[in-house]
Design a protein around this ligand. Structure first.
Ligand code: CA
Length: 224
């Protein structure tokens, strides 16, 4: 499980990192709100823990921008201010859960696990690129109204690419995020899976969406 923690209080951030890592999670930490979108569009996180009071963009703004960039990763908002207004603003902006400070680390961990479990059941679970739709709950793709069955690996690959349309993903990044391989297996499994996926979603279905960027990797994007 890969979690992004955005918290400007360095001590709190370090405590959260330590607690999550002790649970076997991989943790990235940012201290500024305006760094959230670049990082979350470059890496597929399973959950984001987002403080509201941050330098750069505040947490609510960062969250709105994330959703505007079609990043559907579950977000847990943290705030020192327990007012109902903040909670409502946060949920309006697309937060999945809200935890007032101070909190017990065990509760934070339980909330993150619940978020990731429920991830597929969220309203934002439908990803769209052009006329291609992917339902992360049923794990079915649709294009032009036709249902496209996917293998679990093809689903993970397509979901990974569709979470950040227009972003080129290297073979290494795909191996890490779709296969959990943190080494080069010395085979062309990524290319083989891309080819099968392309046959399913692109062949005879209108403008090509899945592109090979020579020397860089793969990207999914709607035709300009
Ligand atoms: Ca703060």
């Amino acid at each position: 499980m890969h979690v992004l923690v955005v918290e400007d209080e360095k001590k709190t951030a370090a405590l959260i990192r330590k607690a999550l890592e002790a649970e076997g999670m991989t943790v990235d930490v940012l201290h500024r709100g305006d760094e959230v979108v670049p990082r979350a569009t470059a890496t597929a996180f399973d959950a984001i823990v987002l403080d509201i009071m941050l330098p750069g963009h505040d947490g609510i703004t960062a969250l709105r921008l994330l959703r505007a960039h079609h990043v559907a990763t579950p977000v847990l908002l943290l705030s020192a201010r327990g007012e109902v207004d903040e909670r409502v603003n946060g949920l309006d902006a697309g937060a999945d859960d809200y935890l007032p400070k101070p909190f017990v680390l065990a509760e934070l961990i339980a909330r993150i696990r619940a978020l990731v479990r429920r991830g597929g059941a969220r309203g934002g679970a439908r990803l769209n690129v052009g006329d291609l739709a992917l339902d992360t709950l049923t794990r079915m793709a649709h294009r032009g109204g036709a249902a496209i069955p996917l293998t679990p690996r093809e689903f993970r690959l397509l979901e990974y690419l569709m979470r950040t349309p227009g972003t080129v993903r290297s073979r290494t990044a795909i191996l890490e995020n779709v296969w959990d391989y943190h080494f080069d297996p010395g085979t062309n499994i990524v290319d083989v899976c891309i080819k099968r996926l392309r046959e399913k979603i692109d062949d005879g279905a209108g403008p090509k969406l899945l592109h090979n960027v020579r020397g860089e990797g793969f990207v999914i994007k709607a035709a300009p």
